[in-house]
Design a protein around this ligand. Structure first.
Ligand code: C5J
Length: 229
């Protein structure tokens, strides 16, 4: 049995038990991070999300080394779009929206190149890749069942975007009794001000939704596990 690690965080230190914590990587897909995808179709500067990749790569590698389960999510839909609410399909009046053919395949459609995770963070064999139709990772998925079956009660949360899929997931997790530690430099937004306020909202009021720390702080804590059997 490994003793919980103390991770300095806001609003107070987070106790991370490596045996009951998973790394959750939300929607690090080409559709959000690269030109020609959904993020760009919505009029966003997708280059803003690229900053998340290097620190998240380091966290992914440390989590794998520490034996933490890794769960990757992907937002998107079946090719016939039968799981896409008409409201979501219509939202934004986009000339080229969900299901349209773009330079990376059909936008936000499962199986298309653009829907998949960026090369730098490609899942390894055995890691969960969870397809979700909504913003939250728990909505219409079996995430909760998988976490409970594995005895996971805490999540290190990363990915994009801070105020949309990350926030929705943290709120869903919190209401289900999971503890969330969000890494401020491993989540990102097209809107720096939303990112900033989104993080503050998580840790405010004594950690109303969870805790916030940075990847270097987590990596320092995880380094203490090296050498432990
Ligand atoms: C958005 C997401 N922003 N992954 N999705 O539509 O945050």
């Amino acid at each position: 049995m490994i003793a919980p690690l103390t991770v300095e965080a806001t609003p107070y230190p987070f106790l991370l038990d490596p045996e009951s914590t998973a790394l959750l990587i939300i929607d690090m897909q080409r559709d959000f991070l690269e030109p020609g995808g959904f993020g760009a179709a919505l009029g966003n500067d997708v280059s803003l999300l690229q900053a998340v990749v290097p620190p998240l790569r380091r966290v992914l590698s440390a989590a794998r080394a520490a034996g933490l389960p890794v769960i990757h999510t992907r937002e998107g839909h079946r090719p016939d779009l039968s799981d896409c609410p008409p409201s979501k399909l219509a939202r934004g009046n986009l000339p080229s929206g969900i299901g349209s053919l773009g330079p990376k395949g059909r936008i936000m459609v499962r199986g298309e190149y653009g829907h998949d995770i960026v090369d730098e963070l490609a899942p390894l064999e055995g890691e969960v890749v969870l397809d979700k139709p909504g913003k939250g990772s728990f909505h219409a998925t079996d995430l909760e069942l998988m976490l409970r079956n594995r005895g996971i009660d805490s999540l290190v949360v990363t990915g994009v975007t801070t105020e949309v899929c990350v926030h929705t997931t943290v709120r869903e997790a919190n209401d289900r009794g999971f503890e969330c530690l969000v890494l401020e430099d491993c989540v990102g937004s097209y809107f720096p001000e939303f990112h900033e306020v989104g993080l503050r909202m998580i840790a405010a009021q004594g950690g109303i939704f969870g805790w916030v720390t940075s990847s270097p702080v987590l990596l320092t804590a995880l380094a203490a596990l090296e050498g432990e059997a």
